[in-house]
Design a protein around this ligand. Structure first.
Ligand SMILES: *[C@@H]1O[C@H](CO)[C@@H](O)[C@H](O)[C@H]1NC(C)=O
Ligand SMILES: *[C@@H]1O[C@H](CO)[C@@H](O)[C@H](O)[C@H]1NC(C)=O
Ligand SMILES: *[C@@H]1O[C@H](CO)[C@@H](O)[C@H](O)[C@H]1NC(C)=O
Length: 361
């Protein structure tokens, strides 16, 4: 019995040790595979209707889709293909983003026209509002302390809700003031919190740029796109960039560059990005996208894109993960982070063994 626990414990601690990480020179097949959806809207279990958000729960290798116009959350296991969707929540209006907690049971959705974030437990009949109003709510994310971050697009700011103190703070942007200066945002949408350092990444959508706000900072730093908010389709610019995904160790970001119908990779401190998927015009061919709105990577480094206006999810296989000739990240820093994570995991695992043992005796 104890052995079984130990094996499971090792398996889970192994999963949490390895962050999804790919080389900064990695390549994906630009011919995508449709893993969910049929290119036309529908409400069958394998179909979607204008999905607006997606979250990949890595521990279980499961995709959760905010299937917006079907007013439901669909869950798809990536362990078996083709996968049939299972509805885990329904009758939800105007979803624009989804985040799933580590437990794989608790889902948070941003409801744009209902002006709030709701927490849904899998298969519950109702959701529960989290925090105060969130005007034109289009983004949601959690940090490791389970504070809930919300994008209040309607006031051009990001809110942080603490469930322990029941308080709300504005942590990025100036309420009701849109603009291009470093302290402002303009209709932000997707957000991401780096669990290693609590840095906030914002897809500052109408400013066509990605802003990084370090913890407790009053200003953001433009890390992708034009800091003046100018849109464009060359590699130095973005157009209505709606979502950002972060490789927490390397600080490489991946962007749903929605109006350019492409996914851009941007390395730290660079003035240009590179297209890793799409960028072949708006359409539903294998190498095209139509207003992508979110993305994620599985544990093998394959890329998944929620291809909103094509009512589908495209998967782009990782085909080359070779290390670059010169790495832009500091090796010693990456190594230090890794050692810290491994040590923490071993400590947690040991305390868990002791706990289980004392329960069994
Ligand atoms: C990319 O995928 C397509 C379709 O599955 C396949 O025909 C092609 O050989 C792949 N290309 C590479 C470089 O793996
Ligand atoms: C699914 O769509 C069909 C039409 O395509 C419609 O008749 C049916 O009522 C829909 N079902 C639900 C549950 O919305
Ligand atoms: C890709 O290679 C890097 C080393 O550059 C390694 O850390 C990472 O785990 C690899 N990722 C995958 C998905 O194989």
């Amino acid at each position: 019995m104890i052995l079984i626990y130990i094996i499971f414990g090792l398996y889970y601690s192994f999963l949490s040790i390895q962050a999804v990480h790919v080389s900064s020179c990695a390549k994906w097949n630009t011919t995508g595979i449709t893993v969910i959806g049929t290119n036309s809207p529908g409400n069958a279990s394998n179909q979607l209707y204008l999905p607006q958000g997606m979250f990949l729960h890595r521990e279980t290798n499961t995709l959760y889709i905010a299937d917006t116009n079907n007013r439901r959350i669909q869950m798809f296991s990536l362990n078996s293909a083709p996968s049939m969707g299972v509805t885990v929540a329904s009758n939800i209006d105007s979803m624009s983003a989804i985040y799933v907690d580590d437990d794989g049971l608790t889902m948070y959705v941003a409801l744009q026209y209902e002006n709030r974030v709701e927490k849904w437990i899998k298969n519950a009949l109702n959701g529960e509002q989290i925090g105060d109003q969130c005007k034109q709510c289009t983004g949601v994310w959690l940090d490791k302390e389970k504070n809930i971050y919300m994008t209040e697009s309607g006031t051009h700011s990001i809110l942080k809700w603490s469930p322990t103190t029941n308080t709300k703070t504005t942590i990025a942007g100036r309420t009701d003031e849109l603009g291009q200066t470093a302290d402002k945002l303009y209709f932000p949408r997707g957000i991401y919190i780096n669990r290693l350092n609590d840095a906030l990444y914002v897809a500052d959508m109408m400013n066509n740029r990605i802003q990084k706000w370090n913890r407790n900072s009053q200003e953001g730093i433009t890390i992708a796109g034009s800091k003046d908010g100018i849109s464009g389709d060359d590699n130095s610019k973005l157009a209505s960039s709606s979502y950002v995904w972060v490789d927490e160790e390397s600080d490489i970001i991946y962007i749903a560059d929605s109006d350019n119908n492409r996914i851009q990779r941007w390395l730290p401190n660079q003035l240009t990005g590179t297209t890793i998927a799409g960028g072949a015009g708006r359409g539903n061919a294998d190498n095209q996208l139509s207003v992508p709105n979110s993305l994620a990577f599985d544990n093998l480094g394959n890329l998944y894109v929620c291809d909103g206006k094509n009512h589908r999810v495209q998967m782009f296989l990782l085909i080359d993960n070779q290390t670059c000739p010169t790495s832009p990240t500091s090796h010693s820093h990456a190594l230090f982070t890794k050692i810290t994570t491994i040590t923490l995991n071993i400590l947690m695992f040991l305390s868990w063994i002791i706990l289980t043992n004392s329960k069994l005796n």
